[in-house]
Design a protein around this ligand. Structure first.
Ligand code: IDP
Length: 143
């Protein structure tokens, strides 16, 4: 299996619930290593650019409004099969459909406020990691 990197965002609802550490523990238990991390409050322009693929969808404005409603925690995660592994522990987009024990089943209130983002494919993961982090911000996890 290939070592991959993926982008994670802990969304404003989960930051407000003060469960960053709880979510980080789940990454670590799943064998995912944090190789870069930053807390920031997205601008409208940043949120619109990040979710540009959804700009024609009816939920786009609500999604952007939600993503800029408070600070987010953004991290690049590294590990074997990281993109799919991360999606697995996040659970389905709609928390009502998410498997018990996943982050969204345990912490998300609705499809609109669903606690976390994770890249959906290796190609988009690279683009999304590069959206937030420069090469000198990504740390090799070796000693
Ligand atoms: P993902 O976050 O599970 O990858 P996407 O389809 O990429 O899901 O959608 C991005 C985000 O847009 C979702 O996490 C969710 O917050 C929101 N979203 C997606 N579909 C809907 C919908 O049908 N209604 C409201 N919000 C939605």
């Amino acid at each position: 299996m290939a070592v991959e990197r993926t982008l994670s965002i802990i969304k404003p609802d989960a930051v407000a619930k003060n469960i960053i550490g709880e979510i980080y523990s789940r990454f670590e238990r799943a064998g995912l290593k944090i190789v870069a991390a930053r807390m920031l409050h997205l601008s409208r322009e940043q949120a619109e650019a990040f979710y540009a693929v959804h700009k024609e969808r009816p939920f786009f404005k609500d999604l952007v409004d939600f993503m800029i409603s408070g600070p987010v925690m953004v991290q690049a995660l590294e590990g074997e099969n990281a993109v799919a592994r991360h999606r697995e522990i996040m659970g389905a987009t709609d928390p009502k459909q998410a498997e018990p024990g996943t982050i969204r089943a345990d912490f998300a209130d609705s499809i609109d406020e669903n606690a976390v983002h994770g890249s959906d494919a290796v190609e988009t993961a690279t683009q999304e990691v590069n959206f937030f982090f420069g090469p000198d911000e990504l740390c090799a996890r070796t000693r």
